[in-house]
Ligand binder design. Structure first.
Ligand code: MG
Length: 379
């Protein structure tokens, strides 16, 4: 476990030992791969456990932490920050991310702007490891944006006034007082995301509607397995002020999802169904839109391409995140002027953020006026 002081100490250690690589030996210890040669990319990283403000209530257990890895890439005295976040259901963990990052030799690159070449190299090293690749990609974008002195939304030519509102997620609680407390936390947000598919679906919406008329969106997390019941639910939700449904049915049920789309009054958004750029065209067969997340897409480079492709195909675009520090969430926010909906509340769910970055002002995503991905290590 690393706090900010240790993170800085590690960095100092890494710099002091720049000429002789430190190898990974145990979680929490300094890790360094390349030798920090001048004029070369120098990657360092360290596990960082994210502490959740509220326990995640899952069907069988409670989760109070999410594993993460903090990454930095140094080049000619400038540091880019990146992050991997690994919710357990996605298959990556601290060991796999550190193993993958240790297997990289970024010191072979003398130009941080060769982002496409570096992605090709990362693909050649191993096919999956999407969160690990995202951490390198985010740090490269931070680094190159800082060298140019511009934030990425500007480099992409995007208007920061066009950022969407972000949703804030609530889930069912059997205790009416607890449920009311959860609803009170949504105050100030202009759209609320309701997690469904685990029972009590209508009760959650009805409890919210007793206190608030804020628009809602629904994430069924693949929970509806009967297309007729799913259609009835979509119609009921449309009457309750719902604007879209995310991943209504299991990702394998493509024909049933396409059937539902033909009849549903609400747009259907693919989340678990899709990860990367080639999945966008597949998603168009059954969904109205896609949910892009940096930890699925291997970072900003491909996420930007996915957003362009989806829009060109007439699809809706949503931007989501995992439980992450403000590092990865603010990186995602750079893309947010391109999207219809944002679900960028991951940093609000943790108690030990080490970065300042994205702000939610009147429910709207607000991108900091800083170069790179827009974050500052908290001091
Ligand atoms: Mg989802």
């Amino acid at each position: 476990m690393m706090n900010r002081r240790n993170f800085l100490k590690t960095t100092a250690l890494g710099l002091a030992f720049a000429a002789s690589p430190i190898s990974f030996s145990a979680f929490g210890q300094a890790t360094r791969k390349s030798a920090g040669r001048p004029g070369r990319l120098n990657l360092s990283f360290e596990p960082y456990e994210l502490k959740l403000r509220h326990a995640f209530n899952l069907a069988r257990n409670q989760r109070t932490t999410t594993p993460g890895v903090q990454v930095r890439i140094e080049f000619d005295g400038i540091t880019g920050y990146g992050e991997a976040s690994m919710p357990p259901y996605l298959g990556e963990n601290v060991q796999s991310v550190c193993d993958y990052l240790n297997s990289l030799d970024l010191g072979q690159f003398a130009d941080p702007f060769r982002i496409e070449d570096i992605h090709e190299y990362m693909e050649s090293v191993a096919p999956n490891n999407r969160a690990a690749k995202a951490s390198v990609d985010i740090a490269l974008h931070d680094l190159t944006g800082k060298i140019m002195g511009q934030p990425w939304y500007k480099i992409w030519g995007l208007n920061p006034d066009k950022t969407p509102n972000t949703s804030y997620t609530i889930s069912y609680d059997a205790d009416p007082a607890e449920m009311k407390a959860k609803i009170d936390e949504t105050e100030g947000f202009r759209i609320v995301k309701v997690k469904m598919g685990v029972g009590h679906d209508k009760e959650t919406v009805e409890a919210l509607r007793r206190h608030s008329d804020v628009p809602i969106c629904v994430d069924a997390n693949q929970g509806w397995e009967d297309k007729h019941a799913a259609l009835e639910m979509c119609k009921w939700l449309a009457d309750k002020g719902c604007v879209f449904v995310e991943q209504p049915m299991p990702k394998e049920m493509i024909a049933e999802t396409a059937w539902l789309r033909e009849r549903s009054p609400l747009p259907l958004i693919a989340d678990e169904f899709l990860q990367r750029l080639p999945d966008v065209a597949r998603a168009a067969e059954a969904y109205d839109g896609i949910n892009i997340k940096l930890m699925k897409s291997t970072g900003l480079h491909e996420a930007h391409q996915m957003a362009i492709l989806a829009r060109a195909m007439g699809m809706k675009v949503m931007l989501g995140c995992m439980t992450e520090t403000s590092c990865a969430v603010t990186a995602a926010a750079q893309l947010s002027p391109m999207v219809d909906w944002a679900d960028l509340d991951g940093n609000l769910l943790i108690a030990n953020d080490i970065f300042d970055g994205i702000k939610i002002v009147d429910g709207k995503v607000t991108i900091p006026d800083r170069p790179g991905i827009g974050v500052e290590l908290l001091g």
